[in-house]
Design a protein around this ligand. Structure first.
Ligand SMILES: *Cc1c(COP(=O)(O)O)cnc(C)c1O
Length: 395
């Protein structure tokens, strides 16, 4: 059966060139990067090269890059590390209410430990409310964290403006840039953030490796204690092949970013145009100004039907999409992001995220729209919620 992958926000395929770059570090250069012999030095050299390259690509210094097991660990570390290090200064943190579960569930746990959180709302397109953010600042606020781009609806947040507000009050800023990296030319120096999370598998790198950028000089406690790895700030034997692949994936991504994003946006634009024209009762969620939206993202609510039914039906036709957010699938809770932009529970339940990638083709887009059209029509036919323009379907 034909298969089409439209779930690039969940993860991406590993670039073959990245894989080839990684293989020697599984098979030949297998030393522990911390060992004091030739094997170790060879591994350490590869890690240093990767760190230098990643740092340069995001405008950081090499000693500001800390390798982690991915976006979730980086987010956990940013939040828990800042809270712990700044205990004397205060115990109030401001985050957006549309953060990834890696941030939100960490915040919930920290709340139980007595840390106070303000959750800042967003408008109907998913942009953070900067006035609400300003008003939430207290003398004991130590950190503001807002994601760079949302993983469900693709909205790109005004991080520079948040930094400006935070700096007036001497508050640290963290951003979860896991979705943004590769879609936006992320540069920590021009952004002015103090911490930034990113993860390799969202831009054709390997799974299970990422980094936290920590600006030199800011107070941060460690999350994972252990050996002296990562300048004693993150214990654990370095994932050498992973780190090498991470650096190569980022290099390749940045190299062809402009061209790839232009192509992916074309696919997405055609998809959006056709869906809006050819399928009734749909709503595109997220930023309407596509310059403030991830080029890969199209998030649609289909009225009168369940997203899960659409997902399963498309899956049977070989088309891979995501309902609401991948992290909340499996639970029947409607997505917190969709509720935050003002969707009803019913509409939130009828939402599907399509996320395109550079491997997709225009022909695939057309095939998916055609399939989607008949899928939606069939499911609505069966839906008790859908009373077609007042006609009595039960006769
Ligand atoms: C995928 C994702 C994460 C989690 O990253 P992992 O490397 O999978 O742990 C965190 N935040 C956002 C916005 C994401 O899209």
């Amino acid at each position: 059966m034909r298969r089409i992958y439209l779930d690039h926000a969940a993860t991406t395929s590993l670039d073959k060139r990245v894989f080839e770059k990684m293989t020697p570090y599984f098979l030949d250069v297998y030393g522990n990067a911390n060992s004091q012999h030739g094997y170790g030095r060879d591994a350490q050299k590869a890690v240093d090269t990767a760190r230098d390259s990643i740092a340069k690509l995001i405008g950081a210094k090499p000693n500001e890059i800390y390798f982690t097991s991915g976006g979730t660990e980086s987010d956990n570390w940013a939040l828990r590390g800042a809270v712990k290090a700044l205990k004397e200064k205060g115990n109030h943190v401001i985050i957006s209410c549309i953060e990834h579960a890696a941030m939100l569930s960490t915040a919930k746990e920290l709340e139980k430990e007595g840390v106070e959180f303000s959750y800042i709302g967003v408008d109907e397109q998913g942009f953070i409310d900067l006035e609400e953010l300003k008003n939430a600042i207290r003398p004991n606020t130590i950190l503001i964290s807002c994601m760079y781009a949302n993983n469900e609806i693709g909205t790109i947040e005004p991080i520079s403006e948040i930094v400006k507000i935070a700096k007036e009050h001497g508050i640290l800023v963290h951003t979860d840039a896991v979705q943004a990296m590769g879609a936006i030319d992320v540069n920590v120096a021009t952004l002015g953030v103090d911490m930034l999370s990113f993860s390799a598998h969202k831009f054709n790198g390997p799974k299970g490796v990422g980094a936290l950028y920590i600006k030199n000089g800011i107070p941060m406690a460690r999350l994972i204690s252990g050996g002296h790895q990562e300048r004693t700030r993150r214990g654990g034997t370095t994932n050498v092949p992973g780190v090498v692949g991470f650096a190569e994936a980022l290099r390749l991504t940045k190299e062809s970013m402009a061209k790839d994003n232009e192509y992916v946006a074309k696919l997405r634009d055609r998809f959006v145009e056709r869906v809006e024209k050819e399928i009734p009762f749909v709503k595109l969620n997220g930023a309407r100004d596509f310059s403030k939206r991830l080029p890969s993202n199209a998030d649609f609510s289909f009225e009168f039907i369940e997203g899960e039914s659409i997902l399963f039906s498309l899956d049977m036709d070989g088309i891979a999409v995501s309902s609401g957010s991948a992290c909340s699938s499996g639970s029947l809770e409607p997505s917190h992001v969709l509720l935050a932009i003002g969707l009803s529970e019913e509409k939130a339940h009828g939402t599907i995220r399509f996320s395109f990638g550079k491997e997709n083709t225009m022909e695939e887009v057309d095939y998916v729209v055609d399939t989607l059209k008949s899928t939606i029509a069939r499911l609505r036919e069966m839906s008790p919620l859908f009373n077609l323009k007042g006609e009595d379907k039960n006769v």
